[in-house]
Write a protein that binds this ligand. Structure first.
Ligand SMILES: *Cc1c(COP(=O)(O)O)cnc(C)c1O
Length: 401
């Protein structure tokens, strides 16, 4: 009997990443802001994500394959998958087979495409769970065929073409032969054909028009030979905004599904809404005398009497351990000072005499009149907004609001 697990422990074993959300499950409907039991958390506005799916559909008039890889770009894949399905997305995509399997185990029934490589050992499971695989190597397809031989059933595949991305995919000149061979395999159903753009967010360049040209001639040739599969797709978010001529049957947005800009040159239209807020709390406030060293290595020292607070965020949350971070407290921008620690960081509070322990701190999102975007954090960290959100640590509970 001592071995018997509490419901919480069971949930923990099933879904370790979401332990915090499980423990506080009863709060999640009503809570946000001051009433939240959390110390450090993410708020995901699923209505914003649903809105963005509808905007993509309205803009393109095509099917939408919602890209949910990397825990839905850090937004929490379970809630996001349900939301995109409710908003009318026809497909979803993940990077790895294990991500697809996990979606099926959570009861997501949308068609799923695995965009990356899948091990031959997974081919049987792929058929069983109706998971479509990207293929770009005949010798690997041969191994899939050997694995599924005894089982029967057809493996659904989308053929990946490298029109100039320089990553996965068969070259356009090899594609026709690969496709005709695939169509002859009784164990294979060729469901789709796709390519990916390397520089669709840089509309001044000729790279993407050249990629589209290569893809277009292949599609035309397949059409002429009656070998065109049902789902032809090419555009990521930036492709949707900059290359309407490449919509084909379906578009494949990731970043802007979450209301984020593909790049500085390719920004989302104003109807798209950001979905994620990153929040924490002030956990301590102290008045320090001049010359007091703050946090590890004393890289910051008070220059006068200074009011310094601690906030509950650190590099273990993937808050970057570097100088120059900014947070919103009391509707104002404040500087993060001193070394970022594993679970805490320090903030300069001289301009906030009314700040109190427990106050909400915003790292991404709105607070009163103030706003801090994922783009701005990315610029401080000298990276892309993609990396900021995709790296948000698992220990941060995702709260759907
Ligand atoms: C990640 C990815 C996408 C989505 O790209 P965004 O720039 O986030 O819209 C689409 N297709 C493939 C193959 C991808 O890997």
């Amino acid at each position: 009997d001592q071995m018997k697990m509490s419901p919480c422990e069971e949930l923990y074993l099933k879904q370790p990443c979401n332990l915090a959300s499980m423990l506080f499950q009863e709060y999640t409907d009503s809570m946000s802001g001051e009433s939240s039991p959390y110390t450090s958390w993410l708020e995901i506005n699923l209505n914003a994500i649903k809105n963005n799916v509808r905007q993509f559909k309205r803009l393109t008039n095509k099917a939408v394959m919602a890209v949910l890889k990397a825990n839905a770009y850090g937004h929490g894949v379970t809630g996001v998958a349900q939301a995109v399905a409710e908003a009318g997305a026809e497909w979803c995509a993940v990077a790895r087979f294990e991500e697809a399997l996990s979606l099926r185990k959570k009861g997501i029934t949308l068609p799923i495409l695995v965009l990356g490589y899948t091990q031959p050992d997974c081919a049987v499971e792929a058929i069983k769970h109706n998971i479509s695989l990207a293929v770009f190597d005949p010798s690997i397809v041969q191994l899939y065929l050997e694995k599924i031989q005894q089982q029967g059933g057809k493996l659904k595949v989308h053929v990946k073409i490298d029109t100039g991305m320089g990553r996965l995919g068969v070259f356009p000149q090899d594609a026709f032969e690969f496709m005709t061979w695939l169509y002859r395999q009784p164990g294979i159903e060729v469901e789709g054909l796709f390519t990916h753009f390397a520089r669709a967010d840089e509309p001044a360049l000729t790279t993407t028009p050249r990629q589209i040209e290569h893809f277009k001639s292949l599609v035309s040739r397949l059409e002429a030979e009656h070998l065109r599969p049902r789902w032809v797709h090419a555009c990521n978010s930036a492709g949707v905004f900059n290359y309407p001529e490449a919509y084909y049957d379906m578009v494949r947005p990731g970043i802007s599904l979450y209301g984020l800009n593909p790049s500085a040159e390719t920004q989302i239209p104003s109807e798209f809404l950001p979905a994620l807020s990153w929040k924490t709390r002030l956990v301590s406030i102290k008045n320090y005398p001049p010359g007091y060293g703050i946090s590890y290595s004393h890289i910051y020292t008070t220059s006068a009497n200074e009011r310094i607070g601690a906030i509950a965020i650190g590099y273990a949350d993937n808050y970057r351990r570097q100088n120059g971070n900014i947070a919103l407290i009391g509707g104002k921008r404040v500087n993060v000072v001193g070394r970022v620690c594993m679970d805490q960081s320090m903030v300069q509070l001289d301009a906030l005499p009314d700040a109190r322990v427990g106050d909400e701190v915003v790292l991404i999102g709105r607070q009163g009149e103030a706003y801090l975007s994922a783009d701005e954090i990315a610029s401080i960290w000298q990276t892309a907004n993609y990396e900021v959100v995709a790296n948000l640590a698992d220990r941060l509970p995702r709260i759907y609001v």
